[in-house]
Design a protein around this ligand. Structure first.
Ligand SMILES: [Zn+2]
Length: 321
């Protein structure tokens, strides 16, 4: 009897320890959670959120901040920035971002207003603003060509300018960010030299680049290639039957070897040019797909800016050689 009472009270004692242990663990968890929910005393360790419009810009920013910020972008592979409209989720992402980086020069045509408005309440930087206005191409004398990343030397300038503004948001890491900028822009300028050489190796008469829209104006100017697009510098521009037949005639007259579709533009328009040429007895081919306004899939060879440029140049070279 006494033993039974002893065992019973011993079990009760153990059970009590378990309950106490559970209560202790539970309270620790609750306190921990409460601690996590409390506002941080200092912003020093808070991860800075940088929102970029295109993947090409986000790639540059990631190379500058190298893990010191959370970098996101709105427009993924194959997305046309000229026609892109901000969704409700994008507006929320813009509101919660600490810094926004975009191209400017009206690349993000339908987002320009909201980007400029957001710039009144937080730092918003446009890469185009870091360039000397004399370097900008204004094909029709009115609208600036926004495709500055397709001249690698210009893109490097833009990134250097951005790195100075961006570094100011990372106290204690300013030097590191400026050094990152130096090493990334060095890679861009090395690639720039390679593009110059590669295009010089093409027979002069073959250096004509026809694409869906006029994205390659800076590329043509820098690397000595004549460029023509069916649509203007924005895909928002309409084109008519006359533009189409003019381009077909141009291809035939200039013995253009191939035309190139773009990953972010519908292929239909350029296929019509090829069909028009073939119907006139001229064997015009599609030379491949170029990444003009958007990167390729993340895992693919055009998933970052340097890879995208290499892919483009190899495609142009083999289509026109
Ligand atoms: Zn474009």
């Amino acid at each position: 009897m006494n033993l039974k009472i002893f065992l019973c009270s011993y079990k009760f004692y153990l059970c009590g320890m378990k309950i106490n242990g559970f209560i202790l663990l539970f309270s620790t968890l609750i306190l921990g959670l409460l601690g996590a929910c409390q506002p941080e005393e200092s912003n020093a360790n808070k991860e800075i959120k940088i929102l970029c419009t295109t993947g090409i810009i986000a790639d540059a920013v990631e190379n500058l901040v190298q893990g010191h910020a959370q970098v996101n972008h709105l427009m993924g592979p194959g997305v046309d920035p000229h026609l892109y409209k901000a969704s409700q989720a994008d507006v929320m992402a813009m509101q919660s971002a600490d810094i926004i980086v975009y191209n400017g020069l009206h690349l993000e045509g339908k987002m320009t207003e909201i980007l400029e408005k957001t710039g009144k309440s937080k730092p918003v930087y446009a890469l185009g603003h870091y360039l000397d206005s004399a370097a900008l191409i204004i094909p029709d004398g009115e609208l600036v060509d926004p495709h500055i990343w397709l001249d690698l030397s210009l893109w490097a300038q833009g990134i250097q300018g951005l790195s100075e503004d961006l570094s100011a948001h990372f106290p204690g890491k300013e030097k590191e960010i400026l050094l990152n900028s130096e090493s990334y822009t060095k890679k861009i300028l090395d690639l720039d030299e390679w593009v110059v050489e590669k295009m010089e190796n093409l027979p002069k008469e073959n250096r004509i680049l026809i694409t869906s829209h006029d994205a390659f104006g800076y590329f043509g100017k820098r690397y000595g290639v004549e460029v023509k697009g069916l649509q203007g510098i924005s895909t928002a521009a309409e084109y008519g039957l006359r533009d189409l037949t003019n381009l077909v005639d141009f291809c035939i007259e200039n013995k253009v070897r191939a035309v190139f579709v773009e990953s972010s533009v519908n292929e239909k328009s350029l296929k019509a040019v090829v069909e028009g040429a073939v119907a006139s007895g001229y064997d015009l081919k599609i030379g491949g797909k170029l990444y003009s306004d958007a990167l390729g899939q993340k895992e693919g060879p055009a998933g970052n800016y340097l890879g995208m440029v290499r892919e483009n140049v190899e495609t142009i070279y083999s289509g026109l050689e």
